[in-house]
Design a binder for this molecule. Sequence first.
Ligand SMILES: C[C@](O)(CO)[C@H](O)COP(=O)(O)OP(=O)(O)OC[C@H]1O[C@@H](n2ccc(N)nc2=O)[C@H](O)[C@@H]1O
Ligand SMILES: Nc1ncnc2c1ncn2[C@@H]1O[C@H](COP(=O)(O)OP(=O)(O)OP(=O)(O)O)[C@@H](O)[C@H]1O
Length: 279
Amino acid sequence: MIDDVGYAKLNLALHVRRRRPDGYHDLETLFAFCEAGDGLSAEPADTLGLTIEGPFGAGLSAGPDNLVLRAAAALRAAAGIDAGAAIRLDKRLPVAAGIGGGSADAAAALRVLARLWTLAPDAADLRALAAGLGADVPACLESRSCRGEARGDALVPVADEALRGTPVLLVNPRVPTLTGPVFRAWDGVDRGPLATGDALLAIARAGRNDLEAPAIRLEPVIATAVAALAACAGVVLARMSGSGATCFALFESSAARDAAAATIAADHPGWWQLATRLR
Ligand SMILES: C[C@](O)(CO)[C@H](O)COP(=O)(O)OP(=O)(O)OC[C@H]1O[C@@H](n2ccc(N)nc2=O)[C@H](O)[C@@H]1O
Ligand SMILES: Nc1ncnc2c1ncn2[C@@H]1O[C@H](COP(=O)(O)OP(=O)(O)OP(=O)(O)O)[C@@H](O)[C@H]1O
């Protein structure tokens, strides 16, 4: 059996620059990834099949529309093979939550199945396959901090040592937000580029998530979640990720993160939360 993790993705900053003729938007984003995520494993089998379990597995289709099976089909087609696999997805991340979810699962499926089927795809070919599955999938394939430009799929490597191991808390007020409608609610105002350079935390802190305001217009509770995180002691950065509704905070220490987690759990017992670190 081969297993891997669909690591939770964060957008430490996300600047939306312009709407494109193809319906997408040009972005400048700083991606980071958490140590935790969805579990994904595969064993040899005659046909391709997907079993879903885990706290967020209920209600998620295990049919050909699932991004795991779309990734498997794309990899098989590109390799010109008809191999099978019994794939198991342990869905631990909320769905439609701005933290990769399906994109992280698709990327993990590409990594796992390339190993199971002993394919040695060219890295560029795998990245192109990933981009065809979704704008976030190439970044999730790397699952390392990087800058994303164009649709978010043109990746620029960054020196991420300073971020690695940073304690992080994710909270989701349990409202699903769909990415397309949040982009469509963006006001069209270009608020300027994301800074460049190696001081990633300073760049993130000086940046913004331009999807936060439109997501809050659609789901006002997101403002409560960002404010609850920002009010905690030891917070370095508190913001919404992606198109929401998950919000995250980076902390000075794991003790500060754990204290924040306890406070938020007491104040908002219905919210999902995850205490982890950046990888
Ligand atoms: C918001 C982010 O999560 C930030 O990392 C991503 O940009 C979204 O990535 P994703 O979920 O992989 O997005 P896709 O599945 O490719 O696109 C879903 C929908 O989001 C909108 N979309 C996505 C990415 C982008 N750069 N511009 C867009 O306008 C489009 O309406 C698209 O139809
Ligand atoms: N394996 C999967 N996990 C989660 N969602 C999936 C999966 N496969 C297909 N989907 C569909 O993809 C949609 C988006 O879910 P996902 O969790 O990827 O969103 P997201 O967290 O907003 O992602 P992103 O941060 O990349 O925008 C959902 O409506 C869901 O039905």
